[in-house]
Design a protein around this ligand. Sequence first.
Ligand code: XIL
Length: 508
Amino acid sequence: MNSGLRRRKNIARTALPTAVLLLIGSAVTVQSSAPAAAAETTLRAAAAKAGLFFGVAASPNRLYPIVGQEFNQLTPENDMKPDRIATSSGGLQNTSGADTLVNHAQSNNMLVRGHTLVWHSQAGALQGASQATLNNFIGNAINRWGSRIAYWDVVNEALEDNNTGRRRNQWPHTMNRDANGDGDFFDSGDTDVIRDSFIRARQVVQAGGLTTKLCINDYDVDGLTVQGGTPNRKADALYDIVRNYRQYIDCVGFQAHFNDNPNSIITNDLQANIQRFADLGVEVHITELDIDDDLSNNDIGTGQAENYRKVVRACLNVAQCTGITVWGISDSESWRSSERGLLFTGGNGSYQKKAAYHAVLDELNKGRSSTPPPTTPPTTPPVTPSVPPTTPPVDPTTPPPTTPPPTTPPPTAGCSATVSLDSWTGGFVATVRVTAGTASISRWSVQLTLPSGATVTNTWNANRSGTSGTVQFSNVSYNGSVNGGQSTEFGFQGVGTATGLTPVCTAA
Ligand code: XIL
């Protein structure tokens, strides 16, 4: 068997969000013991098999057959932006372009990403609006399409350029107030348009019983570092926002407009950055991918096709990276046509595949990696002193020291666990958070009893014994060590209904 076939045979079955599961239907039920399947010939089929969506930015005048053939997710490139659809009081207008796109997506079995609700740019009649008006618009827009929109970009491009790590110094962020002057907007007395917009969006989703997931989206947040190994402070700032507002945020979009700007290149730590967001429990998406073909001229890539391959591989290697969207079909129709950053040449419905297309298809066909990379760096071995410690000779005349009884018992290894469930008819994904007690732990296990009829089909970040009834999970090599008071997460996916799970955590 050639190595390509062997790799495909070993494709890991991965955690999938409800939206992706609905979209790919039976594709995820393929057992790893099944014979290797033939390579898929479209991006959407190859992506679905690997458990993610592959989407495109679209406009109503370019809904050519290729859109539904190659892609299974659609983002309106301009038709859902406030300058198209918002009135100055937060009402809706001119939604026909957006409606056309949502209908087209639905009839071609594609997911929709709504783009975007709160943004300094293309704000139209909302420019300068109050939070109350923004909230009105958020409610109207989310409710218009309801669960037909799988993901909404609630807040877009909140962070400043040039790797400062600060919020933008322009509307709507001018509404922000740092009440206690501690340099952030995370305190309850602070005003933060990001938090307040997500709170509003969350209320609307909950009140309507919608399945829509709520995302924050930005650019130059792709790597842990930027050119020259400088920390990516913009990515760090986004990470802090997601960590602080985790209860309102379901997903993070890395726009991934890669070009020669020092803060916009592809760095080798893209996958590690995706992983750290995934470790917060959110889905990660590459939302607006295009790659300047001049990137082959600097030292971070050997050409556009290879650069595309790197980005797709980084996403595939993280189970919670559940979708990639390219920002247009062909170079000539791209917002940055001079960079020739997309997968096709041609235009007006007649397109030719580039080398980058074939690289992406090939990489998707390889599927996800079977073993996730470590999420925590390996611990360094203790330093051995160069001079061995000398034991002082025992003086026989000195009485042995008496040890006073301890007044507080030493901390014992312990842990607790909580489960959060994402359920749909006939299936569920459970995320289990393991938190160490006051002492650090070096390994843990969690026991859960599933209701009858529920069966685990897939697990990540844990070893498992059993699939139904009482099931035991234990740490894998890279997440057993948890410092006192700190947490780690694992997850599993199953069929049936999993309510009332009571995890029992033990640690050593
Ligand atoms: C771009 C569109 O592609 C252009 O057609 C439009 O003129 C300007 O906006 N980040 C975003 C997208 O979030 O909405 C932008 O789309 C590209 C950058």
